[in-house]
Design a protein around this ligand. Structure first.
Ligand code: SAM
Length: 342
């Protein structure tokens, strides 16, 4: 089936090796790559009529296989883009060294520890190691200009009670108070002046401090150091850190693909590192969880999947949700993929 130039305005799943798809994509054309390759587990995964083989002779064979694919991902990634490489304890350290050499150590953003289970205990079967309950996700940027939409989680109740313990009498708004004095004093170039009868090095200029005071943002009791008021209802929540445990696991869901990842995990990745209408590439698509989430979050999506059953699984998954998708069989003629601007 010939590929129409405007065909990639919808979701497109390429049934082929992601090396082939990547080679046909233009340089610097992808905004976000979520790569969830086989992990070198030595297992054959089989579930719900789908299977894939994760058996390798040794780590060198695996790394030699991954390297040309990561090289292509680097070529197609925009300077404003990011790549998330999902792996686990088996080879995350080898993959980090390889990825540093391809994407550049300077572009390394995070090692995310995703706690995918609360406990895993094989000790009754004789295991002699701590429970292996996390995956590792390595994040690299295309350059220092990468897209970043900070994500937040709700504060926990104990923190709110401890920190936002004041209530404004007039408005009944909960607030916390914070220091207005400047750490580092003169050495950091902070201004020194008298504010409301208190002489200190202050965090803000005198003009800004007066403005804050006028807006009722400064708490002041005679003889005490003025403090900044932070209202709870204006806070986004807790900025997301690099250990992710509060993801809905969905593992109990019936009829899932082997190693299928939770939509909530992909929601966080896609919302953080891409904007509306940008192009997300999922090279080891499996059941195309990133594809489903892209539909919900209004991103364009390209997937590659080598297994025919997995492609069929994805089509059925999209059909169930009523989302549109087109399956593109392997193109022997190596036709280049054109991406339309939106
Ligand atoms: C860990 S699973 C991905 C699971 C996926 N993230 C999900 O949520 O369903 C890895 C997938 O990569 C596929 N795969 C392996 N080698 C591939 C290749 N060279 N090109 C494209 N897909 C490949 C496997 O068939 C398998 O479906």
């Amino acid at each position: 089936m010939p590929l129409q130039p405007d065909s990639l305005t919808t979701h497109s799943l390429f049934h082929e090796d992601c090396l082939e798809t990547s080679k046909r994509l233009p340089d610097s054309s992808i905004d976000l790559i979520y790569a969830d390759p086989p992990f070198f587990t030595g297992r054959i995964y089989s579930m719900n009529g789908c299977s894939f083989d994760d058996k390798w002779t040794n780590a060198t064979e695996y790394i030699d296989w991954l390297k040309p694919r990561l090289n292509e991902f680097k070529r197609i990634l925009r300077p404003t883009g990011s790549i998330y490489i999902h792996c686990d304890w088996h080879l995350s350290h080898y993959i980090k060294v390889l990825s540093d050499s391809i994407f550049g150590m300077n572009n390394f953003v995070n090692e995310i520890i995703w706690k995918r289970q609360s406990a895993h205990n094989d000790s009754k079967q004789g295991s002699k190691h701590f429970g292996r309950i996390h995956d590792t996700i390595l994040v690299y940027a295309g350059s220092q200009r990468y897209v970043w939409n900070q994500q937040y989680t709700p504060y926990d109740e104990a923190y709110v009670e401890k920190t936002y313990k004041y209530v404004e009498a007039k408005t009944e708004r909960k607030y916390a108070v914070g220091d207005l004095t400047a750490p580092g004093g003169a050495s950091k170039g902070n201004a020194h002046y008298d504010f409301l009868g208190v002489e200190r090095y202050w965090r803000y200029s005198e003009v800004k401090m007066r403005e804050l005071f006028k807006k009722g943002r400064i708490e002041h009791a005679t003889g005490k150091v003025p403090l900044l008021k932070r209202y709870l209802d204006e806070m986004h929540g807790k900025p997301v850190q690099d250990i992710w445990g509060n993801i809905n696991l969905e593992f109990a869901k019936k009829g899932r693909y082997p190693t299928q990842k939770p939509e909530a995990l992909l929601e966080r990745i896609i919302a953080t590192s891409s904007n509306h209408c940008q192009i997300v590439y999922e090279p080891f698509a499996g059941s195309s969880t990133a594809g489903i989430v892209c539909h919900k979050l209004l991103r364009r999506w390209i997937g590659s999947e080598i297994s025919k059953e997995a492609c069929k699984f994805t089509i059925e998954r999209f059909n169930k949700t009523g989302f549109e998708i087109q399956l593109i069989p392997h193109q022997e003629n190596n036709r280049n993929i054109e991406l339309t601007k939106v």
